[in-house]
Design a protein around this ligand. Structure first.
Ligand SMILES: NC(=O)c1ccc[n+]([C@@H]2O[C@H](COP(=O)([O-])OP(=O)(O)OC[C@H]3O[C@@H](n4cnc5c(N)ncnc54)[C@H](O)[C@@H]3O)[C@@H](O)[C@H]2O)c1
Length: 245
């Protein structure tokens, strides 16, 4: 028996590292996966090209999932951006600040707002949000990103509180250094810079290396599935001990 047998799961940022690893793992655990990403060819039984900051497109996406599968059990709010140019408060354009908040937080609000009534109808569900260790301890030169991820931790708590009675649990994962920098940063960093980052990560992380996408996906599976039945409102740190430094 898979841990997600019979569950319909919507995963945003499905083309990216953590998203695609989670799509794969959820499918192996028996889930029906609806993958959504602003980039085309999201993995999953249902592949949806959606900009999650557009509430109209989000509503259409849910209608499509409902028409196809008739229910939604799990929502993984994972889409995110972290543009290199948005550094300290002084070095962040207002437009970048707004976009980071839109993609990283407002999208999770919009996605959850649309999913919760459907989960209620189905007798409950689970929401997992991707925050970051930057949401628990601000990262230097990533002001907007850190604030967006702190908001994600807080959003997780309010969802957990407000919908526990409906049988809906909400938790978040807080990854540390992942095996690759995010897509938008990758475009701005040379391969040498990325290699230097990996080396410095390995030196700083108590477990001595960066995390793999699959290691985060396993934490998401735990929180989304039945093994976490008494866990709601939690921020699960998946960082090899980095936050302790
Ligand atoms: N990579 C890291 O080091 C790291 C560390 C901590 C937290 N995170 C978080 O993990 C999550 C996944 O990141 P990742 O490492 O897989 O990076 P990634 O760049 O590989 O994946 C992010 C995905 O989100 C998608 N996306 C961006 N804007 C979107 C939009 N408007 N609508 C729909 N999809 C959109 C991108 O196309 C991409 O596929 C993000 O929320 C990120 O902030 C990443």
């Amino acid at each position: 028996m898979g841990r997600l047998d019979g569950k319909v799961c919507v995963i945003t940022g499905a083309v990216g590292g953590i998203g695609s690893a989670t799509c794969e793992l959820f499918a192996r655990e028996g889930a029906t996966v609806a993958g959504a990403d602003v980039t085309e060819n999201a993995p999953g039984d249902l592949s949806m090209q959606v900009d999650v900051t557009h509430e109209g497109r989000v509503i259409e996406m849910y209608e499509h999932v409902l028409q196809t599968y008739g229910r939604i059990d799990v929502l993984f709010n994972n889409a995110g951006i972290d543009p290199l140019r948005a550094r300290s408060v002084l070095e962040t354009e207002v437009g970048d600040w707004d976009r980071i908040m839109d993609v990283n937080v407002r999208s999770a609000f919009v996605m959850s707002q649309a999913a919760i009534p459907l989960m209620r109808e189905g007798g409950g569900g689970t929401i997992v949000n991707t925050a970051s260790i930057a949401g628990l301890k601000p990262a230097a030169d990533e002001a907007a990103y850190s604030v967006s991820k702190a908001a994600m931790v807080s959003l997780t708590g309010t969802l957990a509180l407000d919908f526990a009675a409906d049988g809906i649990r909400a938790n978040c994962v807080c990854p540390g250094f992942m095996e690759m920098v995010m897509t938008d940063r990758r475009r701005d960093l040379t391969e040498e810079q990325q290699a230097a980052r990996a080396e410095s990560a390995a030196a700083r992380v108590p477990l001595g290396r960066q995390g793999t996408y699959e290691e985060v996906a396993k934490a998401v599976l735990f929180l989304a599935g039945p093994d976490a039945s008494y866990i709601t409102g939690a921020a699960l740190v998946v960082d090899g001990g980095l936050l302790l430094r």
